[in-house]
Design a protein around this ligand. Structure first.
Ligand SMILES: *Cc1c(COP(=O)(O)O)cnc(C)c1O
Length: 401
């Protein structure tokens, strides 16, 4: 088990670099040269592991990869140009035509589209299972090559007993892969519980400043090598040195930021918990089942407004929370299911697994707990004021005409 002291050290401290530099240097270079013929030949014949080309390896990215592997308790890691590049490259390195993949329901929207659109083109079938139903999972896993998990899941934030799920998968020699973006390596370490591979969107909490799109995969030396040797180099979705550096900077404050987001969400939800205008709070701390692999909850949750709520008025009345996808940065963001369910680019997990239309996903940022609570309260006021309802009725008439 990787303790918090060790994690804190990995996040915040480095050996001194060249020139005593306290910050990891950015090796902004595409290629690496070799002093002579023999050293080039040694690299190609596998006698040395010198860097060749930044599509597959780069010293700045490697510092990030080493930290991520240590934080998750994995042997190795690979970083990618997005969380989706990490997910798709990992899945494509492990499956072939004719294979069966099992996925959790309510998987991240684009992971779901990867399964439904791209994998189908290669004759790979994907079956979606409620992973809290271990009996159903036991039946589904027979003959499955890969099990894709996400706990807590997207939009509904359900948690699963990942230890029990990992054990079941081992029985069928099914490789397990979990999207751990919600928890970060600070709040959940799936490898400790028997999961084979962990992916993160580094665009969220780990970079933490809404200025990078990036991802990573962490696991055994053997599986990461397989990904490196095939999909990482051949699909080419590698992360740049510059962005690796931005993530390394963000990680210095990961523990502090997560604590602040968690405190803010707890403060706000304590006040909203008994509000009759909210019929459901989807947040691991507020569900009947929260599994003990998850040791913290952060600032991302969703609320379901009561019948009759004007969701448009709710969103437009709020001034601190801004409308937009993503989360994990400084800024508070919201995304209404009513709109997210409309995206016209293929299968949509929100619609296919059913998320209530009155649900709004909220990400609580660092603007100040009371300011954010007041913002939500003014949204609620607008959502249920009869004036707003009339305005929205007029809008609908205008649209219909
Ligand atoms: C954002 C996100 C992803 C995708 O990551 P990108 O870096 O945007 O490609 C995957 N999983 C979860 C849970 C996410 O929130």
């Amino acid at each position: 088990m990787v303790g918090i002291d060790k994690k804190r050290q990995v996040l915040t401290q480095d050996e001194a670099f060249e020139y005593g530099s306290i910050v990891p240097p950015i090796y902004q270079t595409s290629t690496f040269t070799f002093a002579n013929y023999d050293s080039l030949e040694d690299r190609y014949s596998g006698k040395s592991n010198a860097d060749i080309y930044s599509r597959t390896e780069n010293p700045t990215s490697r510092i990030l990869e080493d930290k991520l592997a240590q934080l998750e308790g994995g042997e190795a890691a690979a970083v990618f140009g997005s969380g989706m590049a990490a997910i798709s490259s990992t899945v494509l390195a492990l499956v072939k035509s004719g294979d069966k993949v099992i996925s959790v329901q309510h998987a991240y929207s684009d992971a779901y589209r990867l399964f439904e659109v791209l994998l189908k083109q290669f004759n790979i079938s994907v079956e979606y299972v409620d992973c809290s139903d271990l009996e159903a999972l036991d039946i589904a896993l027979s003959g499955a090559k890969l099990l894709f998990l996400e706990s807590p899941s997207s939009f509904t934030f359900e948690t699963h007993d990942i230890r029990a799920v990992a054990q079941l998968a081992k029985k069928y020699k099914t490789i397990t892969l979990i999207d751990n973006s919600f928890a970060t390596p600070l709040y959940q370490n799936p490898i400790e519980h028997g999961i084979d591979l962990v992916v993160h969107s580094l665009s969220k909490y780990l970079s933490g400043h809404s200025d990078v799109v990036a991802g990573c995969t962490i696991g055994s030396e053997q599986l990461i090598k397989k990904i490196r040797d095939t999909s990482l180099s051949l699909l080419g979705g590698k992360l740049s040195a510059m962005e690796s550096s931005l993530i390394l900077r963000g990680m210095r404050t990961l523990e502090l930021r997560l604590k602040a987001h968690s405190d803010a969400a707890d403060y706000i939800l304590t006040h909203l918990e008994k509000d009759h205008r909210i019929t459901q709070i989807n947040f691991p701390g507020y569900s009947s089942t929260i599994h003990d692999s998850l040791t913290g909850t952060g600032g991302l949750f969703s609320i379901q407004l009561a019948e009759g709520a004007n969701i448009k008025a709710f969103c437009d009345a709020m001034t601190i929370f801004r409308l937009g996808v993503s989360w994990g940065g400084y800024e508070s963001l919201m995304l209404p299911v009513e709109v997210a369910g409309r995206i016209d680019s293929g299968p949509n997990a929100i619609n296919d697994f059913g998320v209530h239309r009155n649900t709004v996903r909220l990400f609580v940022g660092l603007e100040g707990n009371d300011l954010l609570l007041q913002d939500i309260l003014s949204g609620l006021e607008a959502a249920f004021s009869s004036d707003q309802q009339q305005i929205s009725d007029l809008d609908n008439v205008a649209v219909n005409n």
